[in-house]
Design a protein around this ligand. Structure first.
Ligand code: 16G
Ligand code: MG
Length: 614
């Protein structure tokens, strides 16, 4: 169902600004105001048509401004139509910048929001036209060669995604643009395609593979290469494990299936089979998207997903080693369930696992390089050091932050604002930056010093004709296995599976690294969630007045931590609380909910306080 190669749709024979003006008129904004949320626009699908037409116009208008214009290849951008973990009734749109990352520039986001909300069919009330409308009118009607813009588009498996995507495609082609249409795609596949389509952005250690075939080959090769380092270490048994992957009834299902078939094609006598069998459940036609399944359900409800194919038999599934991805497969959590226990390994646990692994590899490589240099009588300090850091959000469980600070040092653990755009950016301040939100969004990013260090280490061992140490083999392969543009549930699945295999761990051993503090996440309806403003990393509420003072008093009373913020994907205010005991966390959460209800315009009856949830 995922297209192996995208379809290239050339511009319309004649560029047609009048067709674009007609589309703008036909699909006027259907809300008083569309807000750019945590990851783009996300609303009920019935009001998204206007957004798709306008986002497409914006991309065509923005594209020429992104080109260096000095003879370098044009840089593409992308539009992903998805509402991720939201239910089927929603849809949304995320923009991919030329570096393959999610659009993070607040100025561009502001311009886009302004345009989406402008009365773009006519002169506005003040009688002036929006500059982008003026730009459309100035476009000539001649055929454009080369295309005015090149834009990648993909969509998830929602029933309304193809028609919304089609609106954007039509608009771009009418403006003389070329569309690289990926059809059904995961969000990270689209990011990967844009990143690899702009090859000057891709470090030379990563082979360029701009389409689905190439991407899954890259994942297969690098996954097997990483697993082979475990075989070399000989720390594991040869038994095959089954990893159940709940795909949220979405695009993760064909994505993992495509990976599996690609992997089969890559395995050869010299390259042994993987020790893990991936068993996908909950595909797009099996049940309702994200309903009682997928990573959002598993993480928020702390429960195994419903198995839609054969509910009666769901106990028959071995739920020992399981993962759940979300509706567009850009996040993942792991879980284990048996007759007497359920435990979740969320983004925090993933961060800790990966950081421990990387720290050990970096230390081993440093030592191996020093020994090699000593043997050669050539101590060369020019390789420098590698900084390894972790980025979390305010939702990170306090126990994970404490653990990370212990192993990495306090300065190497940052708390950034909620949303991939913020955590990804912060992670780039390290040579190796690991970021995961508790909800499972995350990846590892490698900076220029990392690539230079690895290249120097390779040169060192090659010159000495010495075998490359395992640490070097492992670190060398990671940038190809780990999506450098955005977190990918499939890539993260493979990375975690390979690390567990190398360590010889099951989920229990991993889970025992630390114990989460009791916490609670809740959400409240308020009249206007936009009245709630927070500081640069969501830890302090700046408005309405007195909210933070009241929260401070509650935190003191229950000896815990809590914060509140407006959701960027749902019409609610979210509350997070954690404390030393379950009761204290519940009491603190109830108090914080009460504060939000009374000071932020809560709708309906105030939540009960003290809590009666025991
Ligand atoms: C979106 C964000 C995610 C964030 C979540 C918070 C991306 C790609 N996704 O899913 O990072 O954690 O929103 O949701 O940025 P909220 O604003 O509703 O709490
Ligand atoms: Mg998602």
């Amino acid at each position: 169902m995922i297209s192996l190669h995208p379809q290239v749709l050339s511009p319309n024979d004649d560029t047609s600004p009048s067709e674009v003006l007609r589309l703008l008129e036909k699909y006027p904004p259907r809300l008083p105001r569309y807000a750019y949320g945590t990851a783009g626009f996300r609303y009920d699908a019935t009001v998204m048509d206007a957004v798709l037409v306008r986002v497409a116009v914006f991309c065509a208008w923005w594209y020429p401004q992104l080109q260096a214009g000095n003879g370098t290849a044009p840089e593409t951008i992308g539009i992903m139509v998805t509402a991720s973990h939201n239910d089927e009734s929603y849809n949304g749109v995320k923009l991919v910048a030329p570096n393959g990352e999610i659009l993070a520039d607040p100025i561009v986001q502001g311009q886009l929001t302004d345009w989406v909300n402008s009365d773009s069919t006519e002169s506005n009330q003040a009688g002036s036209k929006h500059p982008i409308r003026v730009w459309i009118e100035q476009q000539s009607t001649n055929t454009k060669s080369p295309p005015t813009c090149i834009i990648h588009i993909g969509h998830d498996t929602r029933s309304h995604s193809p028609s919304l995507t089609e609106l954007a495609v039509k608009t771009i082609r009418a403006l003389g643009g070329q569309v690289i249409h990926h059809g059904v795609a995961t969000t990270p596949l689209l990011h990967h395609a844009v990143f690899h389509q702009n090859p000057q952005r891709v470090p030379s250690m990563i082979p360029i593979r701009p389409d689905a075939v190439g991407y899954y080959q890259l994942l297969s090769w690098s996954y097997l290469a990483l697993l082979q380092t475990a075989a070399a270490q000989d720390s594991n048994s040869n038994t095959t494990k089954r990893l159940v992957v709940d795909c949220a009834c979405g695009v993760g299902y064909p994505s993992v299936k495509l990976f599996q078939s690609t992997l089969q094609g890559v395995i050869s006598p010299t390259c042994p089979a993987a020790p893990t069998e991936f068993y996908c459940i909950n595909g797009p036609t099996h049940g309702p998207l994200n309903e009682n399944c997928g990573s959002e359900h598993v993480q928020k409800s702390m429960a195994a997903p419903q198995w839609y194919r054969d509910e009666s038999n769901s106990d028959a599934l071995p739920w020992e080693y399981c993962a759940a991805v979300d509706g567009d497969a850009d996040r993942i959590v792991f879980f284990h369930k048996n007759s007497h226990e359920f435990f979740l390994l969320d983004g925090d646990k993933i961060t800790v696992l990966i950081c421990e692994f990387l720290q050990a590899q970096v230390a081993a490589l440093k030592q191996a390089c020093q020994e090699q240099q000593q043997q050669g009588g050539n101590i060369n300090n020019s390789m420098g050091q590698l900084t390894l850091g972790a980025v979390q959000t305010a939702y990170a469980n306090g126990a994970s932050t404490k653990y990370l600070k212990n192993i990495l040092g306090s300065d190497n653990v940052l708390i950034a604002k909620t949303g991939v755009q913020h955590v990804h950016h912060a992670a780039k301040s390290f040579d190796i930056g690991v970021y995961f939100e508790a909800n499972g969004h995350g990846t590892v990013v490698f900076g220029p010093q990392f690539y230079s260090y690895i290249a120097q280490a390779e040169a060192l061992f090659m010159a000495a004709e010495s075998p490359r140490p395992l640490s070097l083999q492992r670190l060398r392969v990671l940038p190809a296995l780990i999506n450098q543009a955005v977190g990918d549930a499939v890539s993260d699945l493979l990375l975690v599976d390979a690390i567990l295999h190398i360590k010889g761990w099951d989920l229990k051993a991993w889970n025992q690294l630390y114990s989460d503090m009791p916490s609670r996440m809740s959400k409240l309806k308020v009249t206007d969630r936009n009245v709630v403003k927070t500081n640069e990393n969501d830890t302090i509420c700046l408005a309405p007045e007195n909210v933070q003072e009241e929260l401070n008093a509650a935190m003191k009373e229950w000896n815990g931590r809590c914060f509140v913020r407006a959701s960027g994907t749902e019409d609610v205010v979210r509350v997070y609380a954690e404390a030393e005991t379950r009761d204290a966390a519940d009491q603190l959460s109830a108090k914080a909910e009460y504060i939000v209800h009374t000071l932020c315009g809560g709708v309906g009856d105030p939540p009960k306080f003290p809590a009666s949830r025991m």
